[in-house]
Design a protein. Structure first.
Length: 71
């Protein structure tokens, strides 16, 4: 199982965790915190002797809104 963001491989680190449950076949990519820079198209690719399967999803993270008082 490999994960990609905008075509670049995603490697697990302190805030990104990838998991696979062989009993259900479920693959999960979990971002502990999401930032605007994390926005993009994420894909999961699975390869075995039967072939290749891929799925994609778009993640959109918006920045915090705030108001500025103008005098």
């Amino acid at each position: 199982i490999s994960w990609y963001k905008d075509g670049t491989m995603v490697r697990p680190n302190t805030y990104i965790n990838a998991s696979f449950d062989p009993a259900t076949g479920e693959c999960t990519l979990c971002l502990e915190e999401a930032f605007v820079a994390d926005s993009g198209v994420y894909s999961c690719k699975a390869v075995n002797s039967s072939g290749l399967a891929e799925t994609k999803a778009r993640l959109c993270v918006r920045g915090e809104r705030f108001r500025i008082r103008l005098y």
